[in-house]
Design a protein around this ligand. Structure first.
Ligand code: S3P
Length: 184
């Protein structure tokens, strides 16, 4: 039997370039919720962009800020939260999100992610010589963790508007009830 959970918020997880911020903003609009982006909160807290946090203080410092930021999100309700692609690799972050939010993973395969991100420069982890190879390796490492989300929505099988409808539908189904495991 699934554990009963009180769901006040919706959290989007998934690899870089999976559409968490775009979809999150639009779902928040539909639901009349506040949109929260953990990367933006971290930048606000640090006073510098993420690329600079990685360059000057290193990834561990970024991950520490990310954990602190995610822990604070449980205090508020009616939020759609877009997380950074690596956030739930720390188990504490997934546990914390699941304590107040339905956790929905937006899924895309490595090639699509590469196509969506190849001209962008704000992700330090994808700035190396072989971004497609990096994406393939990281996605394979992260996949088992992404699969621990409550719901997985494949963003490749449908237009964005349908992804938004699907995410919203899953959230409304789970609200105040039992968040089970679903794939769509
Ligand atoms: C990261 C993803 C980024 C950002 C940071 C690290 C990751 O967020 O948190 O660059 O480890 O996957 P997006 O998924 O919003 O690009």
């Amino acid at each position: 039997m699934a554990t009963r959970r009180i769901i006040h918020n919706l959290a989007l997880v998934g690899f870089m370039g999976s559409g968490k911020s775009t979809v999150g903003r639009l779902v928040a609009q539909d639901l009349g919720f506040q949109f929260v982006d953990t990367d933006a909160l971290i930048e606000e807290k640090a006073g510098i962009p993420i690329t600079e946090i990685f360059a000057t203080e290193g990834e561990q410092a970024f991950r520490q800020l990310e954990r602190e930021t995610i822990l604070e999100l449980g205090k508020e309700e009616k939020q759609v939260i877009a997380t950074g692609g690596g956030a739930i690799m720390h188990p504490e972050n997934l546990t914390s999100l699941k304590s107040h939010a339905l956790v929905v993973c937006l899924w895309a395969n490595a090639e699509s992610i590469y196509e969506r991100t190849k001209h962008q420069t704000h992700r330090p982890l994808l700035q190396g010589e072989n971004p497609l190879g990096t994406i393939q390796t990281m996605l394979a490492e992260r996949e088992p963790v992404y699969k621990q989300a409550d719901v997985i929505v494949n963003t490749e099988l449908r237009p964005q508007r349908e992804v938004i409808t699907q995410v919203r539908h899953q959230f409304e189904e789970s609200c105040g009830g039992t968040a089970g495991r679903a794939e769509s």
